[in-house]
Design a protein around this ligand. Structure first.
Ligand SMILES: NC(=O)c1ccc[n+]([C@@H]2O[C@H](COP(=O)([O-])OP(=O)(O)OC[C@H]3O[C@@H](n4cnc5c(N)ncnc54)[C@H](OP(=O)(O)O)[C@@H]3O)[C@@H](O)[C@H]2O)c1
Length: 247
């Protein structure tokens, strides 16, 4: 079920940068009032100024910040879970506190925020949840924890979808490939593959917002990445071989 965005209230986490900032701008261009969430006050203010949105400076993994975002989410028609970070490197050497922090940011915080937003959406019989997962949800070597968190997000979205649909609330999972943002600096390894080619954050934002308006459950960006998902489902051994050959 698609949502008319004109006059809708949206909350976007991770909106101070990259994909989240682009989604916030796109939602505003479609007529939403947008609350932008991030931790870097200056970057957040710039992103908010660019779309006449309201900045909410908060860390979603910390108590006070979480409560502030949860309060905003409980009033929202659209909640976009975009705050996230990666880690690339040897899993056996990954610091345990980094395992916990990544899981908290990429998986637990979106689950808890959904828990905060859903009762209001179901009561009003209107709402849309957007999860920015990743093609890494299919499983990427050297990004095991990130892959698990993004797969968890995708599975959670699919599981909560039925309950949502009964109450007039829709769910979209977005699975981007490589996107040109500061994400790669944060994960500790630059993007060094020729394939798939990087896309711009605006391409992800356009696909995500279109999916909200058309009520789509899952979108891959670029779209052809869906082939990897289908091959993995139908022929897991072939997928493993192809992933080994082509990364
Ligand atoms: N770039 C890619 O290739 C790619 C591909 C697939 C999926 N994704 C996913 O897309 C999402 C956005 O990533 P991006 O590429 O746009 O990276 P980005 O430019 O680094 O943006 C990450 C955003 O998350 C926010 N954030 C990080 N920790 C936070 C915290 N504790 N509390 C609140 N906000 C926090 C950051 O805000 P502050 O810095 O202000 O805290 C920033 O706005 C992530 O979930 C990522 O996993 C990215």
């Amino acid at each position: 079920m698609g949502l008319n965005l004109r006059g809708a209230d949206a909350v976007v986490t991770g909106a101070s940068s990259g994909i989240g900032a682009a989604v916030a701008h796109r939602l505003a261009a479609r007529g939403c009032r947008v609350v932008l969430v991030g931790r870097d006050r200056q970057r957040l203010q710039r992103a908010a100024d660019g779309c006449a949105g309201a900045p909410l400076c908060a860390d979603v993994t910390e108590d006070t910040g979480f409560r502030a975002v949860a309060a905003a989410a409980s009033r929202a028609d659209v909640l976009v879970h975009c705050a996230g970070a990666g880690f690339a490197g040897d899993f056996a050497a990954m610091p345990p506190d980094r395992v916990a922090a990544l899981t908290e940011l990429d998986l637990t915080a979106p689950l808890r925020l959904t828990r905060a937003a859903l009762p209001g959406m179901l009561q009003r019989g209107r709402g849309h949840l957007v999860f920015i997962s990743s093609v890494a949800a299919l499983g990427v070597p050297d990004e095991e924890v990130y892959s698990a968190a993004k797969a968890g997000l995708r599975t959670f979205a699919a599981a909560v979808d039925r309950r949502c649909a009964r109450g007039g609330v829709s769910v979209t999972t977005v699975l981007p490939g490589a996107v040109r943002t500061p994400f790669f600096a944060g994960r500790g390894r630059a993007y060094d593959r020729r394939f798939p080619r990087m896309v711009e954050p605006e391409a992800v934002a356009t696909a995500a917002v279109r999916a909200v308006e058309r009520g789509r459950r899952e979108v891959f960006v670029p779209r052809w990445l869906v082939v990897a998902d289908r091959v993995r489902g139908a022929a897991p051994r072939l997928y493993q071989w192809l992933a080994g050959e082509f990364g």
